[in-house]
Design a protein around this ligand. Structure first.
Ligand code: PEP
Length: 257
């Protein structure tokens, strides 16, 4: 049984004052949910907020993480942040290979492979994102793209218990378009098959695969009830505490009593 994970990606949003208000609403909302310990909640904030967020979520079930990391441990990399620096904040998770990192900042699989290893070797959990563009989907290349994003980055040396995969079709991120439940389930099955090839079936069955791409309170229940969807990576809707809590509630409803 995989425990659902609902992760919020704050992207480049929220000043300190705004962040305190949002995290306060999330902590309060999570506290009121009958989560039965069955759902994990994570917020991935800008670097500047990691230390204050650490304080705000201390002694609550809400976990926090970063949205990116540099692959080297230190050096002349102006503007970058190392995994040891992230560890200093007490964060537990790092998003790697978000579509904005791939498509706006030009990060390729070979670099992402190094980033995933930097994260897991430091004992943190990598949330590794994969997903096809609209052109790739329309050209019938979705499976090939997903398999290369998986195969070129995830190897048996990556401990499966420190890995979460997020399927985020690029055409669904921030667009209001969502993959249909059939499209999401199909790609999640391909990802799990890829994991089974890398590890083995039992290990692949333990790795959580999140769906991301315009997840909202109104569509969360349908997506989260799919057999291979183990949670969500949420962008826009995680910036409004009540929407994020509604998505977490939808995940709680999938957990057997
Ligand atoms: C994301 O940023 O990972 C994301 C899925 O964004 P949105 O939910 O806004 O589509």
């Amino acid at each position: 049984m995989r425990k659902p994970l609902i992760a919020g990606n704050w992207k480049m949003h929220k000043t300190l004052v705004e962040a305190r208000e949002l995290v306060g609403g999330i902590v309060e909302g999570v506290g009121k949910l009958d989560a039965r310990g069955g759902v994990e909640v994570l917020i991935c904030t800008p670097y500047t907020l990691l230390f204050p967020i650490a304080k705000a979520v201390a002694k609550t079930p809400v976990m926090f993480g970063a949205q990116n990391v540099h692959e080297e441990s230190q050096g002349a990399f102006t503007g970058e942040v190392s995994v040891a620096m992230l560890k200093d904040t007490g964060c537990t998770h790092v998003i790697v290979g978000h579509s904005e990192r791939r498509h706006v900042f030009g990060e390729k699989n070979d670099r992402l492979a190094k980033k995933v290893r930097a994260v897991v070797e430091a004992g943190l959990t990598a949330i590794y994102c994969v997903g096809e563009t609209l052109d790739e989907r329309e050209a019938g290349r979705t499976r090939e793209v997903i398999e290369s994003q998986m195969g070129e980055v995830i190897g048996p040396d990556v401990p499966a218990d420190r890995l979460v995969v997020a399927y985020e079709p690029v055409w669904a991120i921030g667009t209001g378009k969502t993959a249909s439940p059939e499209q999401a389930q199909e790609v999640h099955e391909w990802i799990r098959a890829s994991l089974a090839g890398t590890y083995d079936r039992a290990t692949a069955d333990r790795v959580r695969i999140l769906y991301g791409g315009s997840v909202k309170p109104g569509n969360a229940a349908d997506l989260l009830s799919l057999p291979d969807v183990d949670g969500a990576l949420v962008g826009g809707a995680c910036l409004v505490a009540s929407d994020f809590i509604a998505i977490i509630s939808a995940a709680v409803a999938t957990v057997p009593a």
